[in-house]
Design a protein around this ligand. Sequence first.
Ligand code: SF4
Length: 317
Amino acid sequence: MVNEGKLIVFGPVPSRRLGKSLGINNIPPKICTYSCIYCQLGRTNNMQINRREFYKPEEIMHAVEKKVKEARERGEPIDYLTFVPDGEPTLDINLGKEIEMLKPLGIKIAVITNASLIWKKDVQDDLDKADWVSLKIDAVNQNIWHRINRPHGSLKLGKILEGISEFAHTFNGELATETMLIRDVNHNTKELEDIADFIAGIDPKKSYISIPTRPPAEKWLIPAREYDINIAYQVFKERGLDTEHLIGYEGNAFAYTGNVEEDLLSITSVHPMREEGIKEFLTKAQAGWNVIEKLIKEDKLVEVEYKDKKFYMRKFS
Ligand code: SF4
């Protein structure tokens, strides 16, 4: 849940999840409840769990109104106003008030949160006001949670998971989850199965699996490889979850350009394709298997196996 700008409002930027998104940076860098090993903003030196005011809600409102007006004058559409700060957005005690103030602009509102404070009733009430909420679920096992998210000392994973379940059952908007995969930390199948079981229990609209695509806080970190990402995808799918990869690619995976290679790379960056699916795709496009061989040779596509079946994925590493 980080962005690269230091302004209160930035964008609109294209987002695969949210279309054209105007980002709202309601937390100054970098105040967070976690210090994730993969955070692209470095380690958290200002760790907090008490909610407070960082900006006046009116200040945020005016900054958003100004950007929306400018975008509208340019004829540029905005699909979502997204709280995606350089820290944890629910630390902002005015979050609910800000969402209420922004609603008259007639644009849907999204919040991307690490969910660490969701056990607080007031945080749930604030998130309830949004149209789309993404919750971070990198681990459901205490040790792994400590290793990957390095939480504030007074946070309890059990309470957070309970809070997530409570919220998921009452939230009327669109719920998404995001799981970051780190090799040798949370990529093992047992933990993935436990994460997927938990996520299946809260029944989100979408579950995203991601890997770090920008320099992480800890240089020793190794992102999961295609093989591991495919396993995670299959484990999630086996539980009926609508799963996609979120791996630094923000194009439209489902808009066919007519260029077979580009289309295959777009689709396989979002989810692995089975061998049969690829064959069907190639037949429709009147192309041959040589396209796949070429993409593999060029190191753009990779073949991975899961339960004796072959899958093809865009190469990330
Ligand atoms: S939740 Fe993790 S990734 Fe997000 S800002 Fe905090 S430390 Fe960084």
